[in-house]
Each structure stands twice: as C-alpha cells, then as structure tokens.
Design a protein around this ligand. Structure first.
Ligand SMILES: CC/C=C\C/C=C\CCCC/C=C/C(=O)SCCNC(=O)CCNC(=O)[C@H](O)C(C)(C)COP(=O)(O)OP(=O)(O)OC[C@H]1O[C@@H](n2cnc3c(N)ncnc32)[C@H](O)[C@@H]1OP(=O)(O)O
Length: 281
C-alpha cells in the first residue's frame, strides 16, 4: 500500500493525509491522518458517468476503506460541477451482451457495499447528481450539497424505471409520499428544494466547506461505540439489503429484459443524441 504524503492536495494545509490508492485510476482514496476519515473521490471525466470500470474502482475503494479501519467515508467528485451524471448511458445503449451483465452486477455490488457500509458515510455533493449519481449520494447517511446544482432520480424522464432498491434508497430518506411522487415525475431538485424536502441535510458554499461539514457529521459518532453503531445501522438497512441479495439474479434478468426492449433502446438513443446536441451548442 502506497503511503505518500499529499500535503499539496489536502483542503487544510495543516492536515496530513495518507494517499492510499493511486493504483485505481478512476477513484482516489485519501485518509486524513488527524481525523481518520477517508475521502473517496470519483474521477472519470467528463461527467463521472458510472461505467463498469468506475463502478469496479468504487467498490475496490469502499472495500479498502472498510479494511483500513477508517473512521468514516466521504464520497465526492474531482469535477467542479458534476458529482456524477449517473449510469453511463453508453453501457446500456446497444449493449454488449456479456459486458452489460457485468455492469449491472457491479452496480448491485457497489450499492450493497455503500448502502451497507459498516463505517459512517457522507456525500459532499459538489455538482449535479442525477439518477445513479443521486443513488450513490442517497446511499450515504448524510448529504451536503453546493448551491445551483440539481439532484434526483430522473429515470422516468428517460423512459426507464428505477428498480426496487433505488426506491428503497429514496424511501430511507424521503417521506413515502414525496418519494413516490418525485420518482413518478422523475423530478430533479435544485439544491434548495432538496434541502427543503430532506433529500440533502445541509448546503455548503464550497467543496472545502462541504467536506468539513461531512467530517463534522462523521465526528458525531466519535464517542459512540463503533460496534453498537454499525450493528444499529445494519438493522435499519438490512431489509433493503437482504431484498436485493435475495433477488439479485431476478433483478439482473429484469434489467436485461427491460433495457433490450426496442422502445427503451430507441428512447435511450434519442436521449443520448439530445445530450450530445446540447453539449455542441
Ligand atoms: C422494472 C425495472 C427493472 C429494471 C430496471 C430497468 C431499467 C434500468 C434502470 C436504470 C437506472 C438508470 C440510472 C441512470 O443513472 S441513467 C443516467 C441518467 N443520467 C442523466 O440523465 C444525466 C444526463 N446528463 C446530464 O444531464 C448532463 O450531462 C449533466 C450531468 C448535468 C452535465 O451537464 P454538462 O456539464 O453541460 O455536460 P454535457 O451535458 O455537455 O455532457 C458532457 C458529455 O458527457 C455526455 N454525458 C452526459 N451524461 C451522460 C451519461 N449519463 N451517460 C453517458 N454520457 C453522458 C454528454 O453526452 C456529453 O458527451 P459529448 O460526447 O457530447 O461531449
């Protein structure tokens, strides 16, 4: 394990960090020596689209953090305006048969690892966070978001359906009525709206402040027995986790069936085109 001091990269000049994984290309993990909190940063330009490789690196990084006795995990992005654009649509549009199986299975693994993580988790949402990006943030226990961005499960807007475990994740944060309505609408919330409904816990004016607020949340557990805390968290989340564990294969088959429908493929193609046109204007 590499333990390089990365003093120039830490937000506060006086705090030393251990840079733990640089072998992974699309995520980095830095552990703050003083607080013991690990910051997991997604770094897949241009938009942190969750493709198979980013998902693999995310899982490896979560496992690394679980394994090294970090006091907590903060998930963030190296992109100054995008937390994550969600699933990489190119993985789902005209998919390769083997790869798309691996892709969805890996997404399941990442969710199980993050939602079920034994360490306290927080997301510093420093940019837009649609769909799969929102899923990652919502899987954490606390969310701090920067102003003027958007977040939400917008799947229905793309003509696709968020599976049950996406819904359970929303339901772990939002009142049932709000979760149902916003999922049906595919609603994207502005930062301020997200705060109002409880989708995010705080607003910060900079990434540095968001990271500090996430660290403050994690520090609230400093005096709580770690085993009691993690077992309590597990009890809250075990029904959701168990449901996916029990239905992993069916969930994969449902996804493959749905995504291969000609109408769904057509819709994804049109959506991709609209994104590309927008980026050229
Ligand atoms: C019963 C049910 C059973 C089974 C389930 C069945 C179905 C499956 C459910 C699957 C759940 C899906 C979850 C998802 O996450 S789908 C992805 C949703 N994401 C989005 O809608 C976001 C789209 N992107 C944006 O809104 C903007 O790009 C964003 C993030 C706000 C950033 O804006 P901006 O900075 O202006 O950047 P550009 O739009 O110019 O984008 C730059 C570049 O990136 C490409 N791109 C953007 N997002 C994606 C993406 N998600 N996937 C792939 N590519 C993306 C964009 O096209 C541009 O590309 P270019 O080549 O033109 O540079």
């Amino acid at each position: 394990m590499m333990r390089t001091k990365l003093l120039s990269l830490v937000p506060r000049a006086t705090v030393a960090c251990r840079h733990m994984s640089s072998a992974t290309k699309l995520t980095t993990v830095e552990v703050n020596d003083k607080t013991g909190i690990a910051t997991l940063t997604m770094n897949r330009p241009p938009v942190n689209g969750l493709n198979l490789e980013l998902l693999r690196d995310l899982q490896q990084s979560i496992e690394e953090i679980e394994g090294n006795k970090s006091c907590g995990l903060i998930l963030t992005s190296s992109n100054p305006t995008i937390f994550s654009a969600g699933l990489d649509i190119l993985e789902m549009y005209k998919p390769d048969k083997e790869r798309i199986r691996a892709f969805w299975t890996q997404l399941q693994d990442v969710w199980l690892a993050l939602y079920g993580s034994s360490v306290p988790t927080a997301a510093a949402i420093n940019g837009h966070s649609p769909a799969g990006g929102c899923l990652l943030a919502a899987s954490c226990e606390y969310r701090v978001m920067l102003p003027k961005f958007t977040i939400g499960l917008n799947e229905t807007q793309l003509g696709i359906v968020a599976p049950q475990w996406f819904m359970s994740t929303y339901l772990s944060i939002l009142p049932r009525r709000e979760a149902e309505r916003s999922l049906n609408q595919g609603r994207m919330f502005t930062t301020e709206e997200a705060l109002r409904v409880g989708l995010v816990d705080e607003i910060a004016s900079s990434k540095e402040e968001a990271l500090a607020k996430c660290a403050d949340f994690i520090a609230t557990f400093a005096k709580v027995n770690p085993l009691a805390r993690s077992l309590t968290k597990q009890q809250f989340r075990s029904a959701d986790l168990q449901q996916l564990e029990n239905e992993r294969v069916q969930d994969l088959e449902k996804f493959l069936f749905f995504i291969n429908q000609p109408a769904v493929q057509k819709g994804l193609g049109i959506y991709l085109e609209s994104l590309k046109k927008k980026s050229k204007n």
